[in-house]
Ligand binder design. Sequence first.
Ligand SMILES: Cc1cc2nc3c(=O)[nH]c(=O)nc-3n(C[C@H](O)[C@H](O)[C@H](O)COP(=O)(O)OP(=O)(O)OC[C@H]3O[C@@H](n4cnc5c(N)ncnc54)[C@H](O)[C@@H]3O)c2cc1C
Length: 446
Amino acid sequence: MAYSDADANSLIIVGAGGCGMMAALVAAAKGVSVLLLEKTDKPGGSTAFSSRGIRASGSRFQGALGIDDSPEQYARDIFGRNSNESDVPLTKRLTEVSGAVADFLADVACIDFSVGEFVFGHSARRAHSWKEDKTITDFMYEAVEREPNIQVRFSTSVLGFQQADDGTVTGVVTDSGVIPAAKVILASGGFGASQELLSQYIPEVAGVHFPGHHGSTGDGIRMGLSAGAALENMASFQPYPAHIGPGMRSVSPEVIMAGGIMVDPRGNRFVDETRYPGGLSNGILQLPDQQAYEILDQRLYELLQHYLEEFLTEGLLHQAPTPGELAGKLGVDARGLEETVEEYNGSVGAGPDRFGRIPPEPFKAPYYGIRVKAALYHTQGGLKVNTDGQVLRADGSIIPNLYAGGGVATGVSGAGMEGYLPGNGQLASLGLGMLAAEHAVASLLA
Ligand SMILES: Cc1cc2nc3c(=O)[nH]c(=O)nc-3n(C[C@H](O)[C@H](O)[C@H](O)COP(=O)(O)OP(=O)(O)OC[C@H]3O[C@@H](n4cnc5c(N)ncnc54)[C@H](O)[C@@H]3O)c2cc1C
């Protein structure tokens, strides 16, 4: 059914990233007509830049492998990482729905998930990925195009809401006029591309390299505030410690998790590198130019050669027979790096080192190193929402007919940069997209 402005069951979704397309697909599958408005000329948003996998607990893919996991265990992992700083009911609800998100995407967006071995800070195998060279939003947009209940309008910016005197949202104001709606889901992403909002809420990353989507200008945060919404955890963000800026390239976390180390310009380690990404990024953000040097050895190179080889070929990854010679190539203090490698090797088998890390194996020649920078990947705070994605005012009351999810809403990464558990971004984006759409549809069809 094509969207009609006069349709009493109409749902408008703002933003065609992961959250917006998830919400659109869920609502459309239940027979509701959806108008999806996207200010740029393409779908995807920052979700298209995410790693090619989502975390889920309780999916049929985990079940088929007999993986021992539960939403409660997933929630404990999130709380463990964010020091219990995220909203408890919201965090639990998102982990409960995560399996259904994966199953729904498999059915509707035809994603053939496999569950990987790399747990990366999680206590169970939850990384659901796919083989095709496609982003998750490629799959989702193909599903959107197949769905007759969804109409998409690109190059359409939503500027605000039409509201009744009691605050009830009755439509959206766009750059081409007002469009009435029975329900509105705000899925307009975070504010990593807005220096103004970064300076206001997360000044330590204003000016830090942001390789995310240019549409992440915080429009929805501003619109939500004008509509009377409360904000939560605005200083929360997802950092990345091993970006090869400029552009979109990065060194995989597997290098660090398998034994790689990070040093400063003096050749010294400065943190337990496995506190990834938050603790390590925090350390790098204190360094001059937010720049550090990732060091590995032949064992790690061979383990991840399929992925590191191109960096070596391009001259980004340097190789040398000794730490001192490697330091010369990287522009790092030679004596410092020699001592660091010696100390690291000496601490293998001796329990936690002075940073609290348990080094897995001693480094063996030849040595490799690459210059990396800390980057801001995504903001994780935003409009306060309940477990159905309904937007809340400071007094806890609901702004009728208004929902939010993903980067524009509060996430599950706590208050700062160290609370981000890998996968939290997409969990909040896809999970709240599903929850908001289900609630909006249920109340439309009631
Ligand atoms: C490089 C990178 C790597 C990442 N890796 C991971 C990862 O591995 N795992 C993970 O969980 N998360 C990751 N993230 C974070 C994750 O991508 C985000 O948390 C999540 O995708 C946000 O989804 P969203 O739908 O809210 O926003 P987006 O996907 O950004 O979509 C928002 C859309 O809204 C549009 N929009 C904005 N304003 C308006 C307006 N006024 N009117 C109409 N449309 C508007 C935007 O143009 C955009 O298309 C990564 C982010 C980046 C940048």
